[in-house]
Structure formats: structure tokens, C-alpha cells
Design a binder for this molecule. Structure first.
Ligand code: C2E
Ligand code: CA
Ligand code: CA
Ligand code: CA
Length: 278
């Protein structure tokens, strides 16, 4: 139905963030962006607080649009969600990230996880477990080196979430809850979910040094995660003071501009030694 009304329906949508013209153009060109190979994946290191070693990399999609230049995922992911295009796009990112990680292993880099963001549709409406299984088989990446990031809101239907996460867990991949603290998390179910890691949302980390509430929220999430046997990673770490605070509170890993922006795979390879030393 959305296909048919492509030129009209966008004017009547309520959650429209982009200008109508831009939105229509983006939506039209999004349909062909995959086959035209306009997407690239950037990677942002996730660093072990204790050792300074890189433990993982988050895969973040970028779109090089012929007319608009680099379009941020914040702009096109919502459109991709609404049109259903997110499913093939998300599967492409997963495959690309697995292939890349496999290549790094073959280059002799140390083992790390690669973390892929799942969209709501991918989690709820696609044949996710099969897709993950097939992607691992086809790329040859061992399951423990793939991590899937889901958000709290995706987990609302616990009757679906619990068995799905269990199946993914049985495949051997890792699961993290992204943007933790911003959704309606049912803390009650957290222990029922087969997950490995909570990612503290960057909105809490941003004001860790100036807002005592944010500081205590972060401290509480870390303690709670550890009590549940989960690891914690803080995202959006930009300053040394934030890192110190997180170190002091025993956060396991950190990710943010303080270490590196998301960068192309090649740039990561070239800078690996320096990144690792920071
Ligand atoms: P996210 O998953 O929460 O990703 C973190 C975002 O924070 C990324 O923005 C990253 O570049 C940015 N970031 C990292 N470190 C810092 C920092 O120190 N300070 C600040 N201010 N920002 C930092 P990006 O790459 O623009 O992605 C935005 C969102 O788009 C992501 O939020 C995610 O929800 C979505 N996204 C990105 N790639 C994919 C994808 O392949 N699939 C899906 N479904 N969503 C994606
Ligand atoms: Ca994420
Ligand atoms: Ca996040
Ligand atoms: Ca976010």
C-alpha cells in the first residue's frame, strides 16, 4: 500500500522529520540504493576500560547519496523502516560486517566482535534467526564474533522476545540492549532475556560530570547489570573525565569520540596500532 501511494502519503504522515521534497527524493532513491551500492559501513571501536584493548566494533551504516551527499542514518533509517526496505538493507549490513570481521581475522588482527544494529522490523517481522544462521555460514565468521544490538522497545512482546533471544543465544551470537535507560524497559524480564550486555545510552553519559542524576543513573545501571551477570558498555564517551568516572564505577567497555569516530574499515586497519595504544 505504501508503494502505491508513494507520492501522496508522505504529506500526511505525522512523524515526518525531513522536508517533503527531500523526503520523497530520499524515499525514491532508497529503493535503488542497495543495487547501486551507495551504502557503506563505518566502524566505531569499543574499548576495554581495564586494558585499553579494542574488544568490538559497532557497524554503522552510511549512505552516499548522489544528490545529497552523505545522508545520516538518523534521516534514512526511519524511511527504510516505514517502507520495509530496512529488512534487505539490514541484512546487507550484517553480511558486510561479518565479511569484514572475517577479513580482519585473516589479516591477523586480534579477535573482536562486530556489533550490528537491528531494526524493529528485522527483529519482529523477518526470519531473523534463519538470516543470522545463513549469514554466519556464508561468511564463515564464528558466531561469538557477531553481536546484535536491539532496543528496549523491541522487547515489549516478551512471549516473542524470550524464545527468539534464546534461539539467537543458542546459535552462539551475542546480544546487547542498545540505548539502555531510554525505553520502557521491563526490568522484571531483563533476567529472562538471553543477553550479554547493556549499552548505556549516550544521553546519560553526556552529562555525567555535571548532572548528579545522570551520574547516579549510570552508576546504578552498571551495578544492576553486574548483579545480573551482564557486561556494560557506555556510549558517547567524548572526554577523559567521563572515561575516568566510568572506570571508577567499573564500567566494562566504552565507545565514543574520545577514542574514535566511526571510520571506514580501511582507516581502521591503518590506524589500528595507534587506536589500540590510546
Ligand atoms: P546508535 O545505534 O545509538 O549509534 C550511536 C550513534 O552515536 C552513531 O550515530 C554514532 O556515530 C554516534 N556516536 C558515537 N560516539 C559518539 C560520541 O562520542 N558523541 C556523539 N555525540 N555521538 C557519538 P550514527 O552513526 O549517525 O547512527 C545513528 C543511529 O542510526 C544509530 O544510533 C542507530 O540507531 C541507527 N543506525 C545506524 N546504522 C544502522 C544500521 O545498520 N541498521 C539500523 N537498523 N540502524 C542503524
Ligand atoms: Ca547501536
Ligand atoms: Ca545507542
Ligand atoms: Ca540512539
Amino acid at each position: 500500500a505504501k508503494e502505491q501511494g508513494k507520492n501522496n502519503y508522505v504529506f500526511f504522515r505525522e512523524n515526518m522529520h525531513t522536508e517533503p521534497y527531500e523526503r520523497i527524493t530520499l524515499e525514491n532513491s532508497l529503493h535503488r540504493a542497495l543495487e547501486k551500492q551507495e551504502f557503506i559501513v563505518h566502524y566505531q571501536p569499543q574499548v576495554d576500560v581495564k586494558t585499553g584493548n579494542i574488544r568490538g566494533l559497532e557497524a554503522l551504516i552510511r549512505w552516499q547519496h548522489p544528490e545529497f551527499g552523505l545522508v545520516s542514518p538518523g534521516k534514512f533509517i526511519p524511511i527504510a523502516e516505514e517502507t520495509g526496505l530496512i529488512v534487505p538493507i539490514g541484512e546487507w549490513v550484517m553480511r558486510e560486517a561479518c565479511l569484514q570481521n572475517k577479513r580482519w581475522q585473516e589479516l591477523g588482527l586480534p579477535d573482536f566482535r562486530v556489533a550490528v544494529n537491528l531494526s524493529t522490523q528485522q527483529f519482529l517481522k523477518s526470519n531473523l534467526v534463519e538470516t543470522v544462521k545463513r549469514t554466519l555460514e556464508e561468511t564463515g565468521l564464528a558466531p561469538q564474533f557477531l553481536e546484535l544490538e536491539i532496543t528496549e522497545t523491541m522487547t515489549m512482546d516478551v512471549d516473542y522476545t524470550i524464545p527468539t533471544l534464546r534461539q539467537l543465544h543458542e546459535l552462539g551470537v551475542q546480544i546487547s540492549i542498545d540505548d539502555f535507560g531510554t525505553g520502557y524497559s521491563s526490568l522484571h524480564y531483563l533476567k529472562e532475556f538471553s543477553i550479554h550486555r547493556l549499552k548505556i545510552d549516550q544521553s546519560f553519559v553526556r552529562e555525567i560530570m555535571t548532572d548528579v542524576n545522570d551520574a547516579s543513573i549510570v552508576e546504578t545501571i552498571i551495578a544492576m547489570a553486574h548483579n545480573l551477570g551482564l557486561e556494560v558498555i557506555a556510549e558517547g564517551v567524548e572526554e577523559k573525565e567521563q572515561l575516568r568516572f566510568l572506570q571508577c564505577k567499573k564500567c566494562d567497555e566504552v565507545q565514543g569520540y574520545y577514542f574514535s569516530k566511526p571510520i571506514a574499515a580501511k582507516e581502521f586497519e591503518e590506524n589500528f596500532v595507534e587506536l589500540q595504544r590510546q
